[in-house]
Design a protein around this ligand. Structure first.
Ligand SMILES: *[C@@H]1O[C@H](CO)[C@@H](O)[C@H](O)[C@H]1NC(C)=O
Ligand SMILES: *[C@@H]1O[C@H](CO)[C@@H](O)[C@H](O)[C@H]1NC(C)=O
Ligand SMILES: *[C@@H]1O[C@H](CO)[C@@H](O)[C@H](O)[C@H]1NC(C)=O
Ligand SMILES: *[C@@H]1O[C@H](CO)[C@@H](O)[C@H](O)[C@H]1NC(C)=O
Ligand SMILES: *[C@@H]1O[C@H](CO)[C@@H](O)[C@H](O)[C@H]1NC(C)=O
Length: 591
């Protein structure tokens, strides 16, 4: 059937709401690669709906009359035979034929819904489910600025984030491994999103609960006669701090400061435990239940027991200053998900408030505050993770197996990702900008070495036709050439070449220039004429092409928006326009 005719049918279809069945495919925001579960959900959805239309039994033709405007409309049922294979029930009105949108939607992978926003019912048709692009001029990209549109992301809220570790201060991913692992790409994206929010959101209101100087110690309630609290000077600075001493036992209520805070839900404090101890946030949920989140000196990441949730902040943290920053509601929700992960019907508790903060054990604290957000702390937590865990090759290995295509393209634990390296570099460069601490820039420089090591030798460098350097998101053999991951790695190289000094800047520039030469040669290979390919498995492994679903196509477009700013080659501008057009159903001309 010719696409042109079908387009016409789709346009006519709104006249017969009776024929329509409307589906909403959940929109998903995606950034890090890739969520196979989502893909499965979408495709099984399509198959189910498709089956429903196949079961049609032709009935005896029947005529209907009704009035549209002042004009009488006559239509009758008509059997529509699809490629001679099966039938779908349609409607015939004069010489026009209408086919059910439920059929059209699945057959052509298009989207539609009846909308009544202004009280007038109309059918809204979309060629893709993702076409909300910025229309005005783009903010100028800069290695010290907002990273793409990451200020809109909330990495920690994703389902595949188990929780934010109290030990490392970064998210733990359950993607590809249920029990969880530290996934460099996810951690870098967490950092980049908080950096971007730090720049784009207004300064947060901060409520100081204790600064060791101006606050009243009498606000802290002592649980028993043996407990003590007093102000003193820090040993090394002339900074006022508060020393506390109470039982470490978690059954002891601890030294408590009450709060009644519904909005400023990020806790931040400097604390040093002299013996064992803990910090507890007492939460009251909308239904009046009390819930406790304990931050304890333990290496257990997260544990829930009834209404007590425990986050380990490391067993070896005695006698060290800890700068603890926790998004209390994120910790709370991740704890609930732990309990109810097998129960999809579990609804999140209604809004909660922070009722009190307690400390136990013997320790010193300072700068205890509640704020709306503390993005700077969070992106530095992520940058510090990369500094602490960079290996001797300058990389951040992924510790789980990745089966890009089972038995064809698989990676054993310990692989590096050029996208992981590149996004970590983008984050480290920004951490340097924000802190002027050279450690971050040095770590970013060391991260370049992996780009020279071939995929076959445990690095990320692939060669297309033995002559084009490509940095692999998944360094498989045969090569996979995943487009979005390659471009993210180039953005990291760009950031570093701009911000580093010699010789790191030259090294980054060389890798960047080689990569851009490759991208200009290979970008057209990802153009399918109606959309884009996610990777080049059809070329390297002789498999069916892997069409990029619309969310990934949109990632490609967002990346082109950025590339247009970095490089004046008209290839990027022209490709951007064409790829945007695909989302509205424009297709490349045929012969
Ligand atoms: C997805 O991103 C859009 C902005 O692009 C945001 O408005 C929306 O809330 C996000 N949705 C989710 C589920 O994160
Ligand atoms: C501190 O006490 C908690 C229980 O309150 C315990 O789980 C943890 O192992 C203790 N940590 C250390 C370092 O002693
Ligand atoms: C799932 O959650 C709902 C709502 O909280 C609850 O009523 C139900 O009993 C739970 N089911 C299981 C199997 O835990
Ligand atoms: C508390 O914050 C002040 C101001 O930022 C800082 O000078 C001080 O060192 C902090 N206290 C501790 C114990 O880190
Ligand atoms: C710079 O950052 C590193 C890594 O987080 C940290 O160990 C070091 O203390 C910082 N240096 C300064 C001067 O703040």
């Amino acid at each position: 059937m010719h696409r042109g005719n079908l387009k016409f049918l789709i346009l006519c279809v709104g006249i017969f709401p009776l024929l329509l069945t409307v589906y909403n495919i959940g929109k998903c925001n995606l950034t890090e690669d890739e969520d196979p579960d989502y893909r499965r959900e979408v495709s099984s959805h399509i198959v189910n709906e498709f089956d429903a239309s196949v079961g049609f039994q032709p009935r005896v033709a029947q005529s209907y009359n009704h009035v549209k405007g002042n004009r009488p409309v006559n239509y009758e049922e008509i059997e529509c035979v699809i490629n001679g294979d099966y039938s779908v029930e349609g409607r015939k009105e004069g010489n026009e034929v209408y086919m059910p949108f439920s059929f059209i939607q699945n057959y052509f992978e298009v989207y539609g819904s009846i909308e009544t926003s202004d009280g007038y019912e109309r059918f809204s048709f979309h060629h893709s489910y993702q076409d909300d692009f910025p229309t005005g001029p783009q903010p100028r990209y800069s290695p010290s600025g907002v990273f793409m549109s990451f200020d809109l992301y909330s990495v920690e809220d994703r389902n595949r984030v188990k929780c934010v570790s109290g030990i490392e201060g970064v998210p733990i991913s359950t993607q590809w491994e249920r029990k969880g692992h530290y996934y460099p790409i996810q951690i870098a994206q967490y950092g980049l999103s908080h950096y971007s929010k730090h720049l784009s959101q207004p300064r947060s209101k901060v409520k100081i609960l204790e600064d060791g100087e101006q606050t009243e110690l009498s606000d802290w309630l002592l649980p028993d006669r043996k407990s003590e609290i007093r102000s003193r000077m820090d040993d090394n600075t002339d900074n006022g701090v508060v020393e506390f001493k109470t039982a470490t036992n978690l059954k002891n209520p601890g030294i408590t400061k009450s709060a009644n805070e519904k909005i400023l839900l990020t806790l931040s404090m400097d604390i040093m435990f002299i013996n064992n101890g803990s910090v507890t946030v007492l939460l009251q949920t909308g239904d009046g239940n009390l819930f406790r989140i304990h931050y304890i000196l333990s290496d257990n990441i997260i544990k829930l027991e009834g209404k007590d949730l425990y986050y380990g902040i490391g067993s070896n943290m005695k006698r060290k200053w800890i700068h603890l920053t926790r998004q209390v509601m994120v910790d709370f929700q991740k704890g609930l998900t732990l309990q109810y992960s097998k129960n999809r019907s579990m609804k999140m508790k209604s809004a909660a408030r922070i009722a009190a903060i307690c400390v136990r054990g013997h320790g010193i604290m300072d700068n205890v505050s509640l704020s709306f957000h503390a993005h700077k702390d969070l992106f530095l937590d992520a940058a510090n993770y990369f500094v602490r865990h960079q290996d001797s090759k300058g990389g951040w290995p992924v510790k789980v197996t990745r089966k890009l295509i089972p038995e064809v393209m698989e990676l054993e634990p310990g692989w590096y990702s050029a996208m992981g390296q590149g996004q970590a570099i983008s984050l480290l460069v920004r951490a340097y900008v924000a802190s002027k601490n050279n450690t971050y820039l040095e770590a970013a420089g060391k991260a370049l070495d992996i780009f020279d090591i071939p995929s076959s030798k445990g690095g990320v460098l692939a060669k297309f036709l033995n002559s084009f350097d490509w940095y692999e998101e998944y360094p498989t053999t045969p090569s996979s050439f995943v487009l979005n991951g390659f471009i993210y790695s180039l953005i990291g190289l760009y950031d570093l070449k701009q911000m580093a000094t010699s010789p790191v800047s030259e090294k980054a520039a060389e890798l960047y220039n080689n990569g851009m030469r490759t991208l200009k040669a290979m970008l057209p290979m990802f153009d399918s004429g109606t959309g884009t390919f996610y990777d080049l498995r059809h070329i390297t492994a002789g498999l069916a092409p892997n069409r990029a679903r619309w969310d990934y196509h949109k990632v490609h477009i967002k990346q082109l928006y950025l590339l247009v700013q970095l490089d004046s080659d008209p290839l990027f501008k022209d490709t951007l326009q064409r790829w945007k057009g695909y989302m509205k159903g424009n297709i490349a001309p045929h012969n």
